[in-house]
Design a protein around this ligand. Sequence first.
Ligand code: ADP
Ligand code: ASP
Ligand code: MG
Length: 409
Amino acid sequence: MRPLVVQKYGGTSVGSVERIQEVARRIESTVQAGNRVIAVVSAMAGETNRLLELAGAFCKDPVARESDVVVSSGEQVSAALLSIALETRGTRARSFLGHQIRIHTDDAHGRARIRSIDADRLAAFLAGGGAAIVAGFQGINEDTQDITTLGRGGSDTTVAIAAATGADACEIYTDVDGVYTMDPRIVPDARKLERISFDEMLELSSLGAKVLQIRSVELAKRYDVRVHVRSSFKEETGTWVVPEESNMEDGLVSGVAFDRDQAKITLTRVPDRPGLAAHIFSPIAEQGIVVDMIIQNVGADGSTDMTFTVPRNEADKAVEIVRGVAAKIGAGEARTEGDIAKISVVGLGMRSHAGVAAKIFEILGGEGINIHMISTSEIKVSVVIDAKYAELAVRVLHDRLVGTGKVDS
Ligand code: ADP
Ligand code: ASP
Ligand code: MG
């Protein structure tokens, strides 16, 4: 059977009629080279934001079910336009929406998780040649058959199709030509990585590098799908996201990421009793709010201050929940604090090197940047600082740590 290639095209890559033509040309040449092609597309650049704004024109918190019906329409349009472009060029093509290939998800509107994909319909179409064009970012709730969306950047996750179909290749076409040591828009002399391990990419994605959405990396790792991230405007090889290889630890730090979409919440005077942390964090988790860093400080009077971070757009909701809990457990006040940014340094080499965290603190201290929170894992160090220092911090950390392979350079 002819090889099966899954390609994903992001919003900029399908952002205009001319760009859709370019994508059609690339798909056509992949088909002509003897492949079967499944192309997953995002909405045209800016469209999802526009649709979200429209859905929010009536109230701050529109009904999630209807909001998903609105925002998923962006991908419906781009998938059909690309199909039209291909058919016009003489390449057989057909668009498929989430429900047509049964991309079944849970019921978490706006951030649904894929449970299963029925690839049979795609396979049947592809048996006749050409390209199947799948609307990314959308699925249907398995129980109610309602349209769901997969979270911002969620078209990447639709490449779960590569796992479901056992594709021979999975290519993510975007507006950068690979994964860099730092977002090249912020640090222009960032370096393109030839390869990066699933685990490092998972960290970078979860820490703010939006080049790949985190769930797509989780799926790629789980199903061992090697992903090639590359530019839709150039022919060159991009970056391969692959299982860890033995020589990957050569460099100490492989990337720096930053996230300005977090907010810090502090609850004061929490009584120092077993079980209270669960009282505070369980109701937050029940609302699907992801708490990231947590620190607890015991004060002179024996009570504690609890500080933690949540996604900025869920901070109000989290503070409200915490205020409810505070009243019940006799804690003090809950408040959102300051404009913060989280800066992270990631690298497999950190596993076997003790000095990286200390070096990071020294570099930031040297710039007069105060650190509010710290968290570490085997292969990353994250710090929370004032948002106004984010770009400076990222630049100095990148300059001093990336690519030198040494901590003490
Ligand atoms: P698409 O619409 O194709 O999905 P995105 O905007 O979601 O594209 O992701 C690509 C963007 O990710 C790039 O334009 C770049 O600014 C940003 N980015 C952030 N971190 C990195 C990184 N480490 N390497 C490459 N790009 C990055
Ligand atoms: N169009 C959606 C978004 O803007 C999904 C995607 O582009 O991956 O988030
Ligand atoms: Mg994206």
